[in-house]
Each structure stands twice: as structure tokens, then as C-alpha cells.
Ligand binder design. Sequence first.
Ligand code: AMP
Length: 210
Amino acid sequence: MNLIFLGAPGAGKGTQAEIICQKLGIPQISTGNIIRAALKNGTEMGLKAKSFIEAGKLVPDDVVIGIIKERLLEEDCNKGFILDGFPRTIPQAEALGKMGVEIDKVIDIEVSDESVVARMSGRRVCKACGASYHIVNKPSKVEGVCDACGGETAIRSDDSPETVMDRLKVYHEQTEPLKDYYEKLNKLFMVEGSAEINEITASILKALEA
Ligand code: AMP
């Protein structure tokens, strides 16, 4: 299954993508994680993306489209994948079509702006592998230490309250129109994202069976 997880920053796309990918045995492709890794490694792409990511703005379409194009050519994508955080603009969605990528379903995780702001303040991310935690909803077993790789977890620099407000604005202006785009293609499935993690997973699995 080729899936897209859509939703505001902090809606739980990454958390749910991780769970569903494990269940289905397909890779989770997070453009955010790929860009953060490039930033950390000081690659040319990382340097290009730095100022945008830090300001809560979208990295230019050509950069992220290039990332996805390359990633989808890897063999582990043959059985399907979940795109987590891509597309975020209409041109990005159109680029998928031009690449000949057929999307089966788009899962839209809905949360209010208020709960996004509240959630982001508790988010912690592993500096080494990018795994995501929340101090209340999804704590790591040992505080400050990643369950997956033992790396150090920390607050993401773009999760500061001011940057979160900017990211929400960007989401409403540039990403939310994708709901209409995929609705018209009969691919959009909306799930309520303010429930407990396992309840949201159950709603997604139900949508995938529909
Ligand atoms: P995320 O981890 O998905 O919240 O993404 C973090 C940041 O990476 C975003 O605020 C953007 O600056 C950048 N980013 C991730 N995915 C995209 C995308 N599809 N298009 C443009 N920028 C992106």
C-alpha cells in the first residue's frame, strides 16, 4: 500500500506512521527526518534547508521533491510505503503524479491548533535516530534516552512556541488545500487525532480496510 499521512505539525503523523509501518512491514518516509539528518551531517542539501526549517517555513519544493524521488527508488519501497510529511504543497502532490507514483489512500489526522501547541511543548526527539516521544503521551522508558537506539532525546529547535505558530500558519495556508485535492480523487480518509494513541491507530487501520 502506498499511503500518505497528512495533518498539522504535531498531529501525530510520525507516531502513527511508525506503528502502522511496523504492522504492514513497509518503510516510513519522513521528509522532516531526512532533512534533519542532512542538517546534522552538514550536507549541501542540509545547508540549503537550514534557514527554512529553523524559521518554521517549508523547504523549497524542488529540494523535497528531489529527496522523495531518490528515496522512492530504493528497493524497500517496492511493497509500499508511508509518506510522513510529504506532500505539503499542491506542487509536491502533482510531482508524485508526474513520477508515476500511485497513491492508494491519504490518511488525514485532524487536531485543533490548541492541542498542537500543547502537544509540541512535550515533544522530545532522538538526536541520533529521529524517533519521537512525548513526555506525557509517549515517554521513553528512561527520561532523555531513546528506546530505539540509546541516543539522547531533546526538544526540537523548531518546536518553540513562536515557531510552532508559524508552522501552523504555513500548514493552513499551504498544506491544508491538499485535503480538497485528495478528497476530489476519493482518496481522503479523515481520522480524529485527539484520541489516545491506540484509538487513533485503530481508526487508521479501519480506514485502511475500507
Ligand atoms: P516535520 O518533521 O515533518 O514536522 O518537518 C520539519 C520541517 O522540515 C518543516 O517545518 C519544514 O521546514 C521541513 N519539511 C519537512 N517536510 C517538508 C515538505 N514536504 N516540504 C517542505 N518542507 C518540509
